[in-house]
Structures are given as C-alpha cells and as structure tokens.
Design a protein around this ligand. Structure first.
Ligand SMILES: Nc1ncnc2c1ncn2[C@@H]1O[C@H](COP(=O)(O)OP(=O)(O)OP(=O)(O)O)[C@@H](O)[C@H]1O
Ligand SMILES: Cc1cn([C@H]2C[C@H](O)[C@@H](COP(=O)(O)O)O2)c(=O)[nH]c1=O
Length: 213
C-alpha cells in the first residue's frame, strides 16, 4: 500500500449529471489498483448534519441550507477528511465548496455570504470541476432521475453550468488548484483514467510517498 506522509485532498464538483459520483467511485478503484491508500467520501457527509442537509433541501432553503451545508463541511473536515489525510490517504470528495458557490447562489444567497461562511474550509490539493454542455447533463439527469429541487430541466442545467464556469474562473484567479475536465465526449473510465494520471503525478511530487507493507 502506498501512503503519503500528508495525504492528498482531491475534490470533484460540477453540474448535476456531469458524472461526479461515477468519477469518484472509479477514481477510488483506479487509485487503489495503482496501490494508493484512498478514501472516497461525499458532501453533504454521511453524518447526522450531512444527512439532514441532503434529505431536507425542500425544508431548508437559502441562508439556512447554506449554513447547514457549511456546518456539515467543517465537521466532516474535522472528523473524517483531516484524519484520513493525516493517515496518508488520497481523499476524493464528491462535491465541496465550489458546489456551494453554485447551488447556494441558485438558491438566492449572495455570493459574499457563501464565501464568508466557507472561508475557513481547507483548500484542496486539486479541485476538479467536471463540465459538459447543459443539454448533455440535463439528458443524463432526466434518464437517471433528479435528486432534488435544484434540477428542473435544461434551463436550470444551463444556469448551473454558467455558475460553475464563473466559479472555476474565480478560483483560478485566486490560484486555487483547479482542473476543469469535459465529460461530454469521454466515457467514465476515460475521465477516471485521465484524472488518475493527474493525481498520481501530484502524489509522486515533492511530498513523495513512503512505502509500507
Ligand atoms: N462520462 C460520462 N459519459 C456518459 N454518461 C455518464 C458519464 N459520467 C456519468 N454518466 C452517467 O450520467 C448519469 C449521472 O452520473 P452521476 O450520478 O455520476 O452524476 P453526478 O454529477 O454525481 O450527478 P448529481 O449531482 O445529480 O448527483 C449516470 O447515469 C451516469 O452513468
Ligand atoms: C455540497 C453541497 C450540497 N448541496 C445539496 C444539493 C443536493 O441537494 C445535495 C447533494 O446531492 P447530490 O446527490 O450530490 O446532487 O446537497 C448544497 O446545497 N450545497 C453544497 O455545497
């Protein structure tokens, strides 16, 4: 098993249906096949706060949902993400702060408020933003079924896609380690292989791994 002294924090964001969950699952498999210790997780988390946020987006809206998701994010970092990183894992997280910049803004919360309540969240080592044209993501959601009120067809997919593009540009300006990947013309295994190579490059960087039994 290959561990890094400090682990590596990789986040996967992007519009509904773009392939975040599929990519996270495949990344866990591909990275494990290459011998890395990997921990796949999600936000909202599988904890009490996260379950409350995930399953009650009709009840909790706007500023309330924004704060609930941010509170879960800080708790998830504290009890799951940082301990896994400290143990040398590559942590792959399905959704992170970028999702809040987009979804909470779609929910009517000013960006400045979303930025303020997420300001103390850890910066990932790699923030992947998956992208695809809105007609493609809307069709995938329609086939799979919508998870929540944020997904109402191609118009909401278009708005979501625009907000992700703006968020990616803003994050890149702040020198956040953003990597945008188009999933429209690439199969899930192709997307996962490409990202596995990028993550392995980072993992073999200056904080090189230590080999353990
Ligand atoms: N690269 C791809 N090419 C074609 N179809 C894909 C690709 N990636 C995922 N899909 C399909 O699109 C659908 C949505 O994928 P997935 O659930 O991973 O998206 P998501 O971004 O996690 O969505 P949500 O935000 O709504 O949870 C699934 O049916 C999945 O099989
Ligand atoms: C991370 C994050 C999540 N949410 C909400 C949006 C959805 O209702 C769920 C996530 O479900 P999915 O299956 O991953 O689409 O949580 C949010 O509002 N803000 C966030 O930052």
């Amino acid at each position: 098993m290959r561990q890094r002294p400090r682990g590596l924090f990789v986040t996967i964001d992007g519009p509904a249906g773009v392939g975040k969950t599929t990519t996270t699952r495949l990344l866990r498999e591909h990275l494990a096949q290459r011998g890395y210790q990997v921990h796949a997780t999600t936000q909202p988390s599988r904890g009490m706060l996260g379950d409350t946020a995930r399953h009650n987006t009709d009840t909790y809206r706007g500023h309330t949902l924004a704060c609930l998701v941010a509170a879960d994010r800080y708790h998830h970092l504290e009890v799951e993400v940082r301990p896994q990183l400290a143990a040398g894992s590559i942590v792959v997280c399905d959704r992170y702060v970028t999702s809040s910049y987009v979804l909470q803004c779609m929910d009517g919360v000013p960006l400045a408020f979303v930025e303020a309540i997420n300001a103390a969240a850890d910066v990932p080592d790699l923030a992947v933003i998956l992208q695809a044209p809105p007609d493609v993501t809307a069709a995938r959601v329609a086939t799979r079924g919508a998870h929540d009120r944020f997904h109402t067809g191609e118009e909401s997919s278009r708005r979501e896609s625009e907000l992700y593009e703006q968020a990616a540009e803003r994050l890149a300006r702040w020198r956040y380690p953003v990597l945008a990947v188009d999933t429209a013309g690439a199969s899930p295994p192709t997307v996962a292989s490409y990202l596995t190579d990028r993550i392995a490059e980072l993992a073999e960087g200056p904080d090189a791994e230590v080999a353990t039994a």
